[in-house]
Ligand binder design. Sequence first.
Ligand code: ATP
Length: 291
Amino acid sequence: MTILEDGVTDNGLDPAGRAEEVLGATDVSVELGGLPVLRGISISVHAGETVALLGGNGSGKSTLVRALLGLTPLRRGTVSMFGQPLNRFRDWSAIGYVPQRSTINLTRAKVGEIVGSGRLGHRPPFLPPRAQDRRAVRDALQVVGLEDRINSEMQHLSGGQQQRVLIARALAAEPRLLVLDEPTAGVDLEHQKLLAGVLTELLRRGMAILVVLHEIGPLTPLVDRAVVLREGRVVHDGELPRSSTEFGDHHREHGGHEVDETADPSTSSGPFATDLDPASTQQSARDGGHP
Ligand SMILES: Nc1ncnc2c1ncn2[C@@H]1O[C@H](COP(=O)(O)OP(=O)(O)OP(=O)(O)O)[C@@H](O)[C@H]1O
């Protein structure tokens, strides 16, 4: 075993045998419009791991994702990517980001151009796409079942198809960390299952995933750990809540247990542990944890 940069070994584990931390945040606070939106959030994602970010509407999930990617300034706290502070991190081609579809307006752009933009971090500047770039675009479109729409304009695709194009763009970049903000919103069950299969394979190859979800659905077996936000704070970091359809504020309205937000989240049994069906207990798709 060889120890490489940052104490990571050639098998992707640190000298203590843990998977490499690809994303880490400590005590992150963000204000928007002068109001606190994130309050002292700490979170980590390791190679080969899927972390689901859950919480009710307005709990701060998208803001946290944007803060972790350096798209929103921090009021306080630190973020590191692949062991480097965010302000020194340069290898952005290692990150794939699928924002919420509703935040993007790409109506006239063609599918092939959008997915091809995922290759920009790999291509030499000012040169046309190489054979390997075109192949990566075709492969990514095939994965999401849209290879026959490569010349279509986005505006002629359904909402679910547009979402799949954005996922293909992130896949074409062949990232080591994939950040997805509600990737299954508006995507039918068949294509959610397809996405789950793709992500499973990418995880097997050591990619890390941070995914914002409203409904867990077919992605359930992929999720190693769930981080639940409420009002900009982490109220749970651990096993996936066993109710796959209700969490966050909606759950609270229906009598779920409050979590003591001053308690250590690592010792919490989770906000949803009391009224859940034991038969649906989570099993990791990849027994044995990290590669
Ligand atoms: N630019 C902004 N200025 C002021 N407040 C904002 C801004 N953007 C978001 N907020 C507020 O920050 C809070 C968190 O928003 P955010 O979009 O991160 O939540 P979310 O958990 O992703 O919600 P959803 O599930 O509805 O997408 C909300 O109360 C929202 O109104």
